[in-house]
Design a binder for this molecule. Structure first.
Ligand code: F6R
Length: 610
């Protein structure tokens, strides 16, 4: 979603801002812009619809220079994709703002501001911020005070950065619901919605808390909480690799991230999984006490992260002997639900900033869950900071919009959570040994599976002219079928549905014909014979199948069925291993179709609005 970068320095900051925007491109956007205060103290701005490169070309043709500046990539919410709606927005020639999130009461604010004589030149909610700040500046010289007063009028979510022509030595930033991170330099400081944007210029960061307003100059940072008290927030050294934004020789980030999975799963296991299991403290200092009391788990997530939660339910109930519910965050937060006794609220999120998941966590606290745990990939993110316990997946920065390595590392963490909860709930010794052994073998099995890349690339050719597809799985492979279908639809734009294959004859069989490829995930588990019956149901209706099967599952390729054999793995880790061929299939279908793999249309990486 939208990205923010700001800088205040002695040098010209335009190239820093542009590089920051490029590093935020992965979040998804449809226009971009930069504004600076130039040497004469005037606001200068360039905006373009389309890619950041178009903005860079425009800046090359008509350079602007300044040592205080803000920049933005916009993902349209209020108002179409036009240059007039792109940020930064100005109020007269004095105030410039960039904003992530949504000001929900912008219509009524617009009317009030119009009545005050302000003229609107865009359809955005953001422009109200600029005018409101300028209105407040009529009664104070301090930009900080003006922003503090203005934000009190806003309902909704915002991460915003404001610069003022008459306060050229500082920028003021405010956070409520949309993350912002201050980057600390030497005699220069920065602001961004994601630390990745600033890694070329600093590795020292302060994460703003909800309600914070900060005044940032070249040499000083002053942060005030929502009551206006000056506060100190800790400085973190970033652990993200500096080259996280490089494709490392791969054609796309997504392909790089698919191939990183053996390594990042190994990293996620390292120092956490021993020969006998896991120490509960890997979930946080309070985990031994809290996990010992857990009798029920409520998992909340969105999208791909929701699929990892669905998979975990099979593990938690089968092996850890705790009951588990899984729900999409946007549903959970708007219905009445019951809290089971001794219930642990588990949120799962790559970004840690997904608006619905965060809102569900906050609601969960009000509802009285015993404790909260997040499985998350971004240190310092809102979910990590607001949860009692956190397990960090060590996937590294995930840039491709379609989540891949975050998913498999989440599953790895959730299987370790199964081990930890199982310790307190009578997990059978042989199950414990089986899961530990299977997890130790996982990185190597993922490597073996990636060796099938060439076969899957060829297989993709058979999908490129199709408009629909059906993914089938049973048991803990049903969520994997859902994840496979999500990957295919989001990057190749082919309509894909997933069904638990036992449901076939309750409706979807009516869809089967030779134009509807059916993808089956078939590890050698206790449901294999049942799955084979479902395969026969498809065959009898003339369906064409692509079966990802265990070597020992005895599927044979024939005129109606292509079988791709995967290495033999213990069934407990099969959901993780069988994810990889489905990711590769989607990737290569998208390549043949020529879609924008890393930034598929209409999608954003981190969904920070509801
Ligand atoms: C799909 C995808 C999304 C995210 C979802 C939740 O490939 O990436 O479905 O999984 O938007 O995002 P996080 O995990 O950041 O909460």
């Amino acid at each position: 979603m939208c990205g923010i970068v700001g800088a205040i320095a002695e040098r010209n900051v335009v190239s820093i801002l542009l590089e920051g925007l490029k590093r935020l491109e992965y979040r998804g956007y449809d226009s971009a812009g930069v504004a600076v205060l130039d040497a004469q103290g005037q606001l200068q701005r360039v905006r373009r619809t389309g890619k950041v490169q178009e903005l860079a070309d425009a800046l090359a043709d008509n350079p602007i220079k300044g040592s205080t500046g803000i920049a933005h990539t916009r993902w349209a919410t209020h108002g179409g994709v036009t240059e007039a709606n792109a940020h930064p927005h100005f109020s007269t020639a004095r105030v410039a703002v960039v904003h992530n999130g949504i000001i929900e009461n912008y219509q009524s604010l617009r009317e009030q501001l119009r009545a005050e004589g302000f003229h609107f030149s865009s359809d955005t909610d953001t422009e109200t911020i600029a005018h409101q700040v300028e209105l407040e500046l009529k009664s104070t010289d301090s930009l900080l005070t003006a922003v503090q007063r203005a934000v009190k009028k806003f309902h909704g979510a915002y991460g915003t950065v404001v610069i003022d022509q008459q306060n050229p030595d500082s920028m003021v930033v405010a956070r409520s619901g949309s993350p912002l991170v201050i980057g600390l330099g030497i005699d220069e400081n920065f602001i961004a919605s994601d630390q990745l944007a600033l890694l070329p210029v600093t590795r020292r960061f302060i994460f703003l808390e909800e309600g914070d307003v900060a005044r940032i100059s070249r040499t000083e940072v002053h942060i005030f909480d929502q009551d206006g008290n000056e506060v100190l927030r800790p400085v973190h050294d970033s652990e993200i690799e500096h080259d996280a934004g490089d494709k490392g020789g791969y054609r796309h980030y997504m392909l790089k991230e698919i191939h990183e999975q053996p390594t990042v799963v190994r990293n996620t296991l390292q120092d956490r999984l021993t020969q006998s299991g896991v120490d509960p403290r890997i979930f946080g200092a309070l985990a031994p006490d809290l996990l010992a009391k857990v009798k029920h788990v409520q998992i909340i997530a969105c999208g791909t992260s929701y699929h990892s939660g669905m998979t975990a339910r099979y593990w938690l109930e089968q092996y850890a002997n705790v009951s588990c519910n899984v729900e999409i965050a946007s549903e959970f937060r708007y219905r009445k639900s019951f809290v089971h006794p001794n219930s642990l609220l588990v949120t799962i999120s790559q970004s840690g900033e997904t608006a619905d998941t965060l809102a569900a966590l906050r609601l969960g606290k009000e509802l009285g869950y015993m404790a909260s745990l997040t499985i998350c990939n971004v240190p310092g993110s809102s979910l990590v900071r607001e949860s009692d316990l956190a397990f960090m997946t060590l996937a590294g920065a995930e840039i491709g919009v379609a989540s891949t390595k975050a998913f498999t590392t989440q599953l790895t963490g959730l299987l370790m959570l199964t081990l930890a909860l199982g310790q307190f709930n009578g997990m059978a010794d042989n199950d414990q040994q089986k899961i530990v052994g299977a997890l130790h073998s996982l990185p190597a099995k993922l490597e073996e599976t990636l060796a099938l890349t060439g076969n899957i690339e060829k297989l993709a050719e058979e999908f490129a002219d199709k408009h629909h597809s059906l993914f089938l799985g049973r048991g803990d492979q049903y969520p994997i079928a859902m994840e496979g279908a999500l990957k295919l639809k989001e990057i190749s734009y082919i309509h894909a549905e997933a069904y638990a294959s036992g449901e076939l004859k309750h409706g979807p069989l009516a869809l089967i014909d030779d134009e509807m490829p059916v993808i089956v995930v078939a590890p050698n588990n206790e449901l294999l014979e049942k799955l084979k019956s479902n395969v026969e149901e498809v065959r009898a209706r003339g369906g064409i199948m692509y079966v990802f099967a265990d070597k020992d599952a005895r599927f044979e390729s024939d005129a109606t069925m292509r079988v791709i054999n995967l290495p033999h793995v213990d069934s407990v880790i099969a959901p993780i291993v069988y994810t990889l061929p489905l990711q590769l299939l989607s990737y290569y279908v998208a390549i043949i179709k020529g879609t924008d793999v890393d930034q598929p249309r209409n999608l954003a990486k981190s969904v920070t609005v509801e």
